[in-house]
Design a protein around this ligand. Sequence first.
Ligand code: CTP
Length: 399
Amino acid sequence: MGLAGKKIILGVSGSIAAYKSALIVRGLIKSGAEVRVLMTRAATDFISPLTLATLSRAEVVTSVHSGDSWNNHVELGLWADAYLIAPATATTLGKLANGICDSPLVAVYLSARCPVFFAPAMDVDMWLHPATRRNVERLRGYGNHLIDVESGELASGLTGQGRLAEPERILAVLDDHFARHRDLAGHRLLITAGPTHEDLDPVRYLGNRSTGKMGIALAEAAAARGAEVTLVLGPTELSTSAAGITVVDVRSAREMYTAATERWADCTAGILCAAVADYRPATVAAEKIKKHGEELSLRLVPNPDIARELGLRKQPGQYLIGFALETENGPANARAKLERKNLDLIVLNSPRDPGAAFGHDTNQIQLIDRNKATAYELKPKRAVADDILDRLAVETAPS
Ligand code: CTP
């Protein structure tokens, strides 16, 4: 079963359908999941926190300010394998879509790195209102999964769309998600990510603006789908402690080269996401370089090309994906890079596209191989990561 051993947060908001959250918690626990419940204040008018605490075998959080250690919203957001918000009222959808953080339910949502599922419940006219439609679309745009409402008799006495999906269906969606998402089990995946820093002297370096977000998203998504991941990560503020990922911290291109080439033979696939400096200073000054008022020239020498080296050493059965950041002639340049480095697939992104590439939480890509190019919409990096991994899963599936 997909849910066994999974850590699930359930967010309950104030709808008459909140009573069904008891059945959801029971179903999750019976499937072997570990559950933590968050409730909005309005939800507590419909179902008692004691009921959900008893069923989930854990304290229920109803306020951002209760001081226990596990209800720290960042910690809880990192703990979970999935966050389910059910029922999600019109108000809660609006708060989630706009980041209005007045309950633990929204605070954890904003900190969560795991997939988020939301199951709305409301009256038919509220459900069809453009404000609700826009909030639902916005949440889907953030990469969250809608568990659609069902049609039928509503608490208002009206009949139509707006009923919370039946608990069995909600549980089946989650179970399916985890079962399907073990599709990279058996893969040993090498990912390079982040920038490199090329030292000039003990205090200065040449670097670039890569943050490592895309590579970390890839590592987390791949680990969630069952891959064993080695993340060779250049110097950045960000990192990850997700299960299934071994992080190897490196600083310079040469360190990254050594770490990646040493591990490649043992891997089934590689994704080279790092923004590696093509050049480094020819010498590193032992002492801080002093200014002397005149022009100063730096002599740079080429760094080893990690992608090219892994491409050269690639064995049958290994699949290698590179990235190309191009400002002009994107597809043609990317395909030439693919050939030159003996890659199987290249991910093209352009810093000219709004919201794409360095530093953003979103990215817009094309996947290019020797035969075809496939364009994707602008999406959160985690959803982009899943698009890339979907392709990897298809290309490496046993025939
Ligand atoms: N790459 C690498 N090692 C390097 C340089 C690049 O592994 N020393 C990888 C990147 O991680 C990326 C791909 O190669 O997957 C493309 O890198 P890029 O620097 O854009 O390509 P170059 O071949 O250096 O071409 P150019 O600088 O001319 O765009």
